[in-house]
Design a protein around this ligand. Sequence first.
Ligand code: NAP
Length: 313
Amino acid sequence: MEKNESKILIFGGTGYIGSYMVKASIKLGHPTYVFSRPNSNNTEILDQLRSMGAIVVQGILDDHEKLVSILKEVDVVISVLPYPQVLDQLKIVDAIKVAGNIKRFLPSDFGVEEDRVSPLPPFEAFLEKKRKIRRAIEAANIPYTFVSANCFGAYFVNYLLRPFDHNQEITVYGTGEAKALLNYEEDIGIFTLKVATDPRTENRVVIYRPPGNVITQLELISMWEKKTGKTFERVHIPEEEIVTLSQTLPDPQNIPVSILHSVFIKGATTNFDLGEDDIEASSLYPDLKWTTIDELLDIFLQNPPKSANAAFE
Ligand SMILES: NC(=O)c1ccc[n+]([C@@H]2O[C@H](COP(=O)([O-])OP(=O)(O)OC[C@H]3O[C@@H](n4cnc5c(N)ncnc54)[C@H](OP(=O)(O)O)[C@@H]3O)[C@@H](O)[C@H]2O)c1
């Protein structure tokens, strides 16, 4: 364990990506606080994180006084609250303003670079809420780092390949030729804790775009076929059908199809160039290794990460 003094508070630390963040924070030696609701159902993971050394603080986002007192105990705040709670982060912003001691706030972004994409309307409305939080943080002069982590790797390997289904068919969105970035969640945890405490990333957007983690759906399927020795039938859903679904499905079911369109048809995680002013995480820490997609599929062969469904309501 490295010695590291910054105290880290994580909102949503018992959640899907949150538990990777908490474990990374503990691994890097930070005193790590997990904010969790008193009525949380996530007792098993809470017990696990506690046994690893996390300090669990119970509260609700509406309890401003309690939020302020918890914030006064820590230095850095990471929020990995789910999408339905994105606007609730305004309560964290208000409490950070009053506490006055927070050295860095990372709001719950962790997807496409939301200030540089224009997706279909349902995903646009989703991102607009996340942008609203970014703008509130800037307006309040809170030191921040905004993270574009791109696709959670194990989450999307499970979603696209459905290895747990043992199906002969794999659905391909569009032609399957757009390039997407898949980053393993353990790496997202470690790199997020690195950028959260790095002076170079203060008031900057950091993009997680390791060169070895770019892949198309068709390449991913071929790689999985080689590893498993199986052959899969590729069942394409044409782009027009996905656009129609985004227009006809009720809210919020129209959001996931719009995300698939943006990422796996339009290439939203790879289709803009990074300039000299951009901060890309793998070049920031050249000595830290990213798990490649090939290695991630090996993990799926040995000890498959559980599938998950992000919350949209
Ligand atoms: N890039 C990608 O591929 C990708 C994929 C999925 C998600 N994401 C993003 O990652 C972020 C986190 O999503 P996630 O799926 O990891 O979240 P999650 O697992 O659904 O939830 C995280 C935690 O939030 C807490 N929570 C839920 N409702 C709450 C409420 N009303 N008040 C306070 N806390 C509440 C819960 O903690 P307690 O029960 O302990 O209170 C829960 O464990 C989001 O920004 C999401 O958009 C990105």
